[in-house]
Design a protein around this ligand. Structure first.
Ligand code: ADP
Ligand code: ZN
Length: 491
């Protein structure tokens, strides 16, 4: 179904139905070793080379919880304002699957490390207020399974991924708009990157999203039957799948049908969700306490220590930038790319005012980098040079038009902005006497036009300004030229 068609149908059904969405994000924590053994936690190693008796589920092997996983999980839970459990228990989630040699995953069913909490974020990319708010139900520790690779007739298994720490963050069913779900995911990923909890690489599977969605007639007061949608490998895919699924469920109800609780898969190529061949939903995992790991206390001093070491969070940064005078757009774009933000901070650190610094970083410089397929971490123009350029412009030494040219020259390594301006004589003529002389010269050259102006053709002032700019080769201070052209014509 095309996007426009979905959107039209979505708008129509949302008049009558309220959609409810809950998201479950699973992320691989970027610890050095796995969750319950000392094997390296790396992506892309030769299959079955990062394995040991624990993560391959050998009889009698004993798991030992990795402190680093708790640290990452605590940072996430604290960033989301969760209440941290005093004591955590581990549980076994039992099921059979070839990629699960133990026959169970170690997880936290009953006592998640973090409970409650919320995330606030701009509900639209360019909003200045943190109008979006999603309630967090839980943050808990889990472990990844091995990876099955299907190769023609063969099914192969790579145990390198078995036992990689997986953290799960579950929202309450409190989202009513696929767009809000989308911005929640963007904002949440920013947090994970800032607190260094995960690489957040969806292609490599280090970040996965399952969505749950239901619809109910408006004013019904109760939630409808939820459908879980899997196989989402981009945030945009999440939004599209939700939009599609809301329309499908609402139109099903309109036609007198009933939504069945099931797991569906997003087919990105066709833009539809499809029911799985096997009906899932009522799987009984027979959770029971993990006997090999005792309940663990989470000391308050440790939590306080981790909290004290937390960096500034993305929303705090957005608010700080906004307070410095930046627009919601500038703040979002800077926070969304940490190299860009670091670059901007370095420009401001050498004295450039916030707003023009952001304009140049997000405007002309971002465009140059994009053309070169480079990131801000790899920018050929050092930030202090952009600061220098902004300084020249702010001081009136050069005008905007010249600044754009100097930027390109400095970007291409032709020298520092000050040197370029001096060597090429690009400095703006802002000396009043000099500009007055230029204006007087132009007026003297065009006596008939001066006459016409004085007889009421005032639009001619633009002509005189243009002539002065031309004669000064673009270097005259345009504000001064305007002012003096007016003054001398009246005189
Ligand atoms: P289950 O026990 O079936 O896994 P949970 O209550 O644990 O269900 O919720 C799993 C996810 O589904 C959560 O993200 C939650 O917000 C979401 N969810 C629960 N009920 C609904 C509903 N009726 N509509 C949409 N999402 C829901
Ligand atoms: Zn191992």
């Amino acid at each position: 179904m095309s996007e426009q068609e979905t959107n039209a149908r979505l708008a129509a059904v949302l008049e009558r139905y309220e959609a409810t969405i809950g998201l479950e994000v699973q992320l691989e924590a970027n610890t050095r070793s796995k969750a319950y053994c000392g094997c390296a936690n790396v992506y892309g190693a030769t299959p079955n080379t990062r394995v040991c008796p624990v993560c391959t589920g050998q009889p009698g092997a004993l798991p030992v919880p990795n402190r680093g996983v708790f640290e990452k999980a605590l940072r996430i839970a604290l960033a989301l304002g969760c209440e941290i459990a005093e004591v955590v228990h581990f549980d076994r989630k039992n099921y059979f699957y070839p990629d699960l040699p133990k026959g169970y995953q170690i997880t936290q069913h009953m006592t998640p490390l973090g409970r409650g909490g919320e995330l606030r974020f701009p509900a639209e990319r360019y909003a200045e207020e943190a109008a979006g708010r999603v309630e967090i139900e839980r943050v808990h520790l889990e472990e990844d399974t091995a990876k099955s690779v299907h190769d023609g007739e063969d099914s192969l298994i790579d145990f390198n991924r078995a036992g990689v720490p997986l953290l799960e963050v579950v929202t309450e069913p409190c989202i009513h708009d696929p767009v809000v779900a989308y911005y929640y995911l963007l904002a949440f990923r920013d947090i994970l990157l800032w607190i260094d909890a995960s690489d957040c690489n969806m292609e490599e599977g280090s970040l996965r999203v399952d969505t749950n969605v239901s619809v109910a007639p408006r004013g019904d007061g109760e939630l409808g039957t939820k459908v879980e949608v899997k196989n989402l490998n981009s945030f945009k895919g999440v939004r599209q799948a939700l939009e599609y699924e809301i329309v499908r469920q609402a139109e099903l109800l309109d036609g007198g049908g009933r939504v069945v609780q099931e797991t569906r898969h997003w087919d990105a190529a066709r833009g539809v969700t499809l029911a799985g061949r096997v009906k899932e939903g009522s799987m009984d995992y027979r959770y029971f306490p993990e006997p090999d790991i005792p309940p663990l206390a989470v000391p308050r001093e440790w939590v306080a220590e981790i909290e004290a070491g937390m960096p500034e969070l993305p929303q705090q940064a957005r608010e700080r930038l906004h307070a410095a005078g930046l627009s919601g757009y500038d703040a979002w774009v800077l926070v969304d790319d940490r190299e860009r933000l670091a670059y901007y901070e370095a420009v401001v650190a050498v004295g450039a005012p916030a707003k023009p610094a952001a304009n140049w970083v997000n405007g002309d410089l971002a465009a140059l980098l994009k053309e070169d397929k480079r990131g801000f971490g790899d920018c050929p123009l050092p930030p202090d040079q952009l600061g220098e350029l902004v300084g020249l412009l702010e001081a009136g030494t050069i005008n905007t038009k010249t600044a754009k040219k100097v930027l390109i020259a400095a970007y291409n390594g032709e020298g520092a902005p000050k040197t370029i301006v001096e060597e090429r004589g690009l400095g703006q003529i802002s000396d009043e006497g000099a500009v007055r002389e230029l204006v007087a010269g132009v007026l003297a050259e065009h006596p008939q036009k001066v006459e016409a102006y004085r007889n009421g053709k005032t639009a001619l002032s633009k002509f005189f300004v243009g002539q002065v700019m031309k004669i000064s080769r673009g270097k005259a201070d345009p504000r001064l030229v305007n002012e003096l052209v007016g003054e001398l014509l009246e005189g």
